[in-house]
Design a protein around this ligand. Structure first.
Ligand SMILES: C[S@@+](CC[C@H](N)C(=O)[O-])C[C@H]1O[C@@H](n2cnc3c(N)ncnc32)[C@H](O)[C@@H]1O
Length: 245
């Protein structure tokens, strides 16, 4: 089974470790569940340690980076979960929806398998205002194509609770918005290698050269330096919680 992350995921675990503050928010949202399926589980980030669990992941390269403490994994896709109806308390999916070929089918599968809760961490494609988008103007179009809107997701479930995920200034999970207070990090190819946006955009060289120049001349500081006043920032990440009856 070939998968995008077999190409772009080779160094994923180096920069994409779970951030403990986001992990705490996820565990609180899951509540007192005893069994969890993690769909699009990648290298195992955010899998709760005190429950029985199973991971679903299509990419062999990502599976090969899972630590021994992670859930046992089945190589499969969200669109066809090889699991029985209502077999676990909760089904979670973290930063993976935008990679699925059929999100509606994947969400239906999550609802079929969960007895109590479906929990999704995703990015709100309608969120505006993150300074990095000024350098990568194609990013919002990309996400509006690939990321389902929060309204659309809510329609799939009937209703959902939406929580903002405040991203800490020293976030340990190197996703797109993680380095909002460390702008030079985006100039490091090893940081970009773990962020799929950079492989999905056609041309990032011009934007990165502009960022480098603006950091050198102080223009970045004068335009965006006020972000340094914050400890956390809303850069569009959301935790969605659907309760199943
Ligand atoms: C950005 S990674 C997130 C991994 C992990 N959840 C995390 O938070 O680090 C996206 C993951 O989704 C997986 N994926 C892609 N298409 C998928 C599909 N159709 N069903 C399930 N997972 C998929 C990729 O292989 C990759 O491991």
């Amino acid at each position: 089974m070939s998968a995008r992350y077999d190409q772009i995921g080779r160094t994923y675990a180096k920069k994409r470790q779970p951030d403990p503050r986001i992990a705490a928010q996820i565990e609180a949202a899951l509540g007192d569940v005893r069994s969890v399926v993690n769909v699009g589980a990648g290298t195992g980030s955010y899998e709760p340690t005190t429950v029985d669990g199973v991971a679903i992941e299509p990419s062999a390269v990502m599976i090969s980076q899972r630590p021994p403490t992670a859930f046992p994994v089945i190589q499969a896709r969200a669109e066809k979960l090889p699991l029985a109806d209502r077999c676990v308390d909760a089904v979670m999916a973290v930063m993976t929806l935008h990679h699925w070929s059929d999100v509606a089918l994947g969400l239906t599968e999550m609802q079929r398998v969960a007895r109590r809760t479906v929990m999704i961490m995703t990015c709100d494609p309608d969120h505006e205002g993150f300074w990095l988008d000024d350098y990568l103007p194609g990013r919002r179009d990309l996400d509006q194509n690939d990321m389902p809107s929060l309204d659309w997701i809510e329609n799939q479930f009937g209703s959902i609770e939406v929580q903002t995920i405040p991203v800490p200034f020293d976030c340990e999970d190197g996703f797109y918005g993680a380095y909002w207070r460390r702008p030079a990090a985006y100039l490091d190819p090893s940081v970009r290698d773990s962020i799929s946006v950079f492989s999905r955009l056609d041309d990032v060289d011009y934007g990165l050269a502009s960022l480098q120049s603006d950091l050198e001349t102080g223009l970045w500081e004068s335009r965006y330096g006020s972000v340094r006043e914050h400890e956390t920032l809303d850069v569009g990440y959301r935790l969605l919680i659907a309760r199943i009856n």
